[in-house]
Design a protein around this ligand. Structure first.
Ligand code: ADP
Ligand code: MG
Length: 737
């Protein structure tokens, strides 16, 4: 069965060479009960480990059933151990967190048995070793003798032709030792048992051969009983572990040490939530940036312009403006500063006799904010008189004198006129010509007429009729009562009850400053014949799709007090002091030049790049910090996994059992996070900041986090199992104990 020819085991430890045993010659047959004795350090354990395939040998040849083993790979030895060897150790080598039943079951699961087939077998064996009362007791609670009985039961259940026992009674009292030897003797029939002991008397009556070792050599080898030659070798039917058993063990291991479970859960939870928080808070800053200044490309980039907003996000009051104006460096305030950033079209009035098409884009301004001296003409004296500030390059002086000054213009959005017949009475050329837009200065009353146009430009209006979104345009009318709306009578045909009167209409407005809602009731409908009487508009064909509401209410949609204004200062050199003064009043300030287009976009790009870099660094740091924490947590598992290896588990199965174990933990952490996100999203958990953050977490983000967690579990399982298989089974075990 087993034959050793000149086999030597040599240890190399940091350059020091030690001999385990040397030039051993030995032949052992099935049916033998071999007792090895000898002083401590004489090489007995080493010999058993080599015979068991738990350790390698350096010289000579060991034959198993006549086959050479010196060329065996780790896989071959695993096969060999699974089919031939069952070990019993002096220190038991059981899984302390498992019950008696589970310890015995473990070896069968590892060897590919199905759970159903093995239950009876395990219970029988537990009965044979007399531990039925303790079958559901954790091994850590048993006495030494009981533990060794479990170990023997485990060896028995593996049903291999060879049983190797290294001082199985070494840690036991005489009574227990007797029991253990008794059980062993019963198992021994038709097997090869190799047992190391100091207590020869205990085993003498069963021994068929006694071997004495000294200093790594066999000094005595006596056969004391004749053997029955006809015993057949019966290889065990042990197979590789299957997936179901791997899962079963993985699940069992996840929960059976509670602190380990909680720690792993906490690490995964921390990693996943840190990544999600980092991601969503980045998105939040990005988004608040967008709502703050989205869509505005500042038209007026004057160096003396400061954008202001109140820190508490309330609109400015007249009192606020008065205080700001009291700052000595403040020249003037544009309360609704969308004016300066909205482009309007100014077109020469075509009814003029000396008509030449002249039009330009510009922005409207209050005449009171005009600074400097005119180059041509005079200041306005009438309501319909305006002056313009223009680049000298726009039109030559002749054009200005002949076709602009004292000519009439209309202001509009390019399609419709908003103010008609404004007379240009004065021109100013920009002092330092930097291609500014044209500025049109007009009386405050005229400017007011542009307010709705300007605000409309930056607002989003949505109309809901009967709870459905409709896209029809809203038209203001002085004839419509407040709180009501008038629509075409034909709408009735679309209603189930053929009625529109009394139905509700909601108009909602949103822009960067505010959101508001107007709730109206339809109290009348128009037809071709009465449209003029009801609304004041007579062109039915043009207006038949429109919705008419009260003019004052219409204007009130756009007439909210401004949340953002612009301060223009006198002296640019003192801009920083002025900004500090404003800040001290509880006002957020920003130089408009900070949004100079190039800078603005570059800084946005830089933010994005920074975001990507920070995220990558964070992933790496989190990954490795958690990896090392998990490794430390799992260190306590090394003994367990080495035990699995000793019991016959391959590298791959150890890796997958470990992987399943942490995979479950990672998944539970992930599910918990998803549940928390759901609770926040459904307003069951109310933490304002988190509510804002979770808006940015969608399926895509969750999937990404999941993949990162999966990769982590894979990597950790791989690294840890590599460590367990780095060396021979027994040296890994000795390192760990
Ligand atoms: P026994 O079991 O008979 O007490 P061992 O087989 O444990 O003896 O040890 C035999 C010899 O091998 C001893 O001299 C011991 O120091 C040496 N030895 C055992 N294990 C190692 C090891 N891992 N590294 C170096 N030397 C070892
Ligand atoms: Mg020993």
């Amino acid at each position: 069965m087993l034959k050793l020819e000149n086999v030597s085991k040599i240890y190399y430890n940091n350059g020091i060479i030690a001999t385990g045993f040397s030039k051993i010659n030995l032949e052992l047959k099935i049916g033998e009960f071999v007792v090895i004795t000898g002083e401590s350090g004489s090489g007995k354990s080493t010999l058993l480990n080599v015979i068991s395939g738990l350790d390698s040998y350096e010289e000579g040849e060991m034959y198993v059933n006549g086959k050479e083993t010196s060329h065996y790979t780790e896989r071959d030895f695993e096969d060999y151990r699974r089919k031939y060897i069952a070990n019993i150790f002096q220190n038991f080598n059981l899984v302390n967190s498992y019950t008696v039943y589970q310890n015995i079951e473990l070896v069968l699961l590892l060897n590919g048995y199905k759970k159903r087939e093995i239950k009876k077998k395990i219970l029988d064996i537990i009965e044979q070793v007399g531990l039925t009362r303790f079958k559901n007791t954790k091994v850590s609670k048993l006495s030494g003798g009981q533990k060794q009985k479990v170990a023997i039961a485990r060896a028995m259940v593996k049903d291999t032709p060879i049983i190797v026992a290294d001082e199985p009674t070494g840690n036991l009292d005489t009574e227990s030792a007797k029991d253990v030897i008794n059980i062993l003797k019963n198992v021994a029939q038709n097997k090869l048992v190799v047992i190391v002991t100091h207590n020869i008397e205990q085993v003498e009556q069963y021994a068929t051969r006694i071997i004495k070792m000294n200093d790594g050599k066999i000094i005595e080898n006596t056969q004391i009983k004749k053997l029955d030659d006809n015993i057949e070798i019966q290889e065990s039917e042990n197979k590789q572990i299957n997936l179901i058993n791997k899962c079963k063990l993985g699940i069992r291991n996840t929960f059976n040490i509670k602190t380990k479970f909680i720690l792993l859960f906490a690490v995964f939870f921390f990693v996943a939530s840190a990544l999600l928080l980092e991601y969503s808070s980045f998105e939040l800053t990005e988004a608040s940036y967008k709502t703050e200044y989205s869509g505005i490309i500042f038209n007026d980039m004057s160096e003396n312009r400061i954008l202001i907003k109140k820190e508490d996000k309330t609109p400015f009051s007249q009192e606020d403006y008065d205080k700001i104006k009291a700052i000595s460096n403040v020249d003037y305030i544009i309360e609704n500063d969308l004016f300066v950033d909205t482009k309007i079209n100014i077109v020469k009035n075509s009814q003029e006799s000396t008509y030449r098409n002249i039009n330009f884009l510009g922005s409207a301004s209050d005449i009171n904010n005009f600074r400097g001296n005119l180059d041509v003409g005079r200041m306005p004296t009438e309501e319909n008189e305006i002056i313009i500030e223009i680049s000298e390059k726009t039109y030559n002086k002749n054009t200005i004198l002949n076709d602009v000054i004292n000519n009439y213009f209309n202001i509009g959005d390019g399609w419709n006129s908003i103010i008609e017949n404004l007379k240009v009475v004065g021109i100013k050329y920009y002092e330092n010509d930097r291609n500014y837009d044209t500025k049109i200065y007009m009386s405050p009353n005229q400017l007011e007429k542009l307010r709705i146009f300007v605000n409309k430009n930056y607002s989003n209006i949505k109309t809901f009729f009967n709870n459905a979104f409709i896209s029809n345009e809203i038209i203001p009318s002085e004839k419509v009562e407040k709180g009501t709306a008038i629509i075409n009578s034909e709408w009735a045909y679309q209603m189930p009850d053929n009625k529109v009167k009394g139905k509700k209409m909601v108009i909602s407005i949103s822009n960067i400053y505010y959101t508001d809602e107007l709730n109206l009731t339809i109290n009348n409908t128009f037809t071709k014949s009465n449209i003029n009487r009801l609304t004041g508009y007579s062109n039915y064909n043009k207006y038949n799709q429109n919705i008419f509401i009260n003019k004052e209410e219409y204007e009130s949609l756009y007439n909210k007090p401004p949340y953002q204004s612009s301060v223009y200062i006198k002296n640019i050199e003192n801009i920083d002091e002025t900004m500090t003064e404003l800040k001290n009043m509880g006002i957020n300030v920003k130089k408009v030049t900070d949004y100079a287009r190039d800078d603005y976009y570059t800084s946005r790009e830089i933010t994005k790049i920074v975001k990507v870099i920070v995220t990558i660094i964070l992933i790496f740091v989190l990954f490795f910090v958690s990896y090392f924490i998990i490794k430390i947590i799992l260190q306590s598992r090394n003994i367990y996994y080495t035990t699995l290896r000793i019991l016959g588990a391959t590298y791959k199965s150890v890796r997958s059992i470990l992987n399943i174990e942490i995979f479950i933990d990672a998944n539970l952490a992930f599910i918990t996070i998803i549940a928390i996100i759901k609770l926040i999203k459904n307003n069951i958990i109310k933490i304002k900041y988190l509510t804002k953050l979770v808006k940015f977490i969608g399926i895509k983000e969750c999937l990404l986090i999941y993949i990162i967690l999966l990769l982590m579990t894979k990597l950790i399982a791989m690294k840890v199992s590599k460590k367990i298989f780095k060396n021979t089974a027994i040296s890994t075990y000795n390192e760990e104990v």
